[in-house]
Design a protein around this ligand. Structure first.
Ligand code: A2P
Length: 330
């Protein structure tokens, strides 16, 4: 018997990417069901050459039998509907931030901590896009040298804010006077050091996600993370400048080796030939790309590097589908 899979938020930027990734990978899918709001219920989307009608999301449909339900319709929808689906015996992979820090809910990047899925059924959280690509690159180094402190700045694409933000950037590029609706400032020709809401401590919620999700995935609450998250006028692909201090001194040759051997990592690092990853270079790929690897000039236990991944794929849809694959292969 093949799998029955549902996508909640099927018409959104991540929901559509989830269908694209599901179609590309070799999962034996018998039935795909798509769910969205009243606005799109009844419309059709194509999946592997067939038209699939988008269904209205209701409590009743979430009680149907699914092997996997992929959610990407925002935190409020996940808060309400994911427990109903899980209660009915379904495995939910939730891309929102709603359940990520809840104790007992696995927060999973398959290359890093797939072991937490063993024997588990229920809601599984897909981490924040910026966290995913950072921990994919850091995990092999953490295992070897132990991370003490991370200082990261992000350069995040507008697709991370959904299809309305993609539209806003397109329109502002074409027309300077097009107003900002999704963001607090114009995003075209600009960069905005503000993603999600501000916390009382001066950090944004997006920055705090990078702190606490990293600690949960790497299973160490002593890792110190200082993040600054920034929206830039790029459509697809998040970039990050990462500075990391270890407990043990890293050797550069060994660092390259560890990263080259790590699952899901591609080292693209030859500055003399202008080789380093950029969002356009890696768009539509599933790996995490690392370049500009260098030792700190003043602290021999510290490194800097540059990491880029497709935020809708590895940062969201691909990671969710890899969680299904990890469970199927357990
Ligand atoms: P719809 O297109 O019907 O509004 P994005 O992250 O790109 O903004 O997309 C959000 C996704 O979440 C869309 O598929 C959207 O469907 C869906 N969504 C938003 N609100 C609801 C809701 N109340 N019930 C079901 N789906 C919703």
């Amino acid at each position: 018997m093949g799998l029955t899979i549902g996508v909640v938020g099927a018409t959104g930027a991540v929901g559509r990417k989830m269908q694209e990734v599901l179609a590309e990978r070799k999962l034996p899918i018998d039935k795909l069901r798509l769910f969205a709001s009243e606005k799109s219920a009844g419309t059709t989307l194509e999946f592997m050459g067939k038209e699939v009608t988008v269904e209205l999301l209701t409590e009743e449909v979430m009680k149907d039998k699914f092997d996997y339900l992929l959610f990407s319709a925002g935190g409020g929808i996940s808060e309400k509907y994911a427990p109903i689906a899980a209660e009915a015996g379904n495995i939910v992979i939730d891309n929102s931030s709603q359940w990520r820090m809840t104790e007992g809910i696995p927060l999973v990047v398959p290359e890093v901590n797939a072991h937490v899925l063993k024997g588990y059924r229920g809601i599984i959280a897909n981490p924040n896009c910026s966290t995913i690509q950072m921990v994919v690159a850091l995990a092999p180094l953490h295992r070897k040298y132990g991370i003490k402190r991370i200082v990261v700045s992000t350069y995040q694409a507008v697709s991370g804010s959904g299809h309305k933000a993609i539209d806003e950037l397109e329109k502002q590029i074409a027309d300077d006077s097009y107003p900002n609706k999704v963001y607090t400032r114009k995003i075209a020709k600009n960069c905005i050091p503000h993603i999600d809401v501000f916390n009382d401590n001066g950090f944004t919620k997006e920055e705090l996600k990078m702190v606490y999700e990293t600690q949960k995935i790497l299973e160490s609450n002593t890792i110190e993370v200082n993040a600054t998250t920034v929206r830039i006028p790029v459509f697809f692909g998040h970039s990050e400048s990462v500075y990391v201090e270890f407990n043990e001194k890293p050797e550069l040759d060994e660092v390259y080796q560890l990263l080259q051997q790590a699952a899901g990592v591609v080292v693209m690092d030859n500055p003399k030939e202008n080789q380093y990853p950029t969002p356009l270079d890696i768009q539509n790929t599933d790996d995490t790309y690392v370049g500009r690897i260098r030792k700190d000039l003043f602290n021999d236990k510290a490194l800097s590097f540059w990491v880029v991944a497709d935020n809708l794929r590895k940062g969201a849809a691909t990671n969710a589908v890899q969680i299904i694959e990890a469970i199927e292969n357990l």
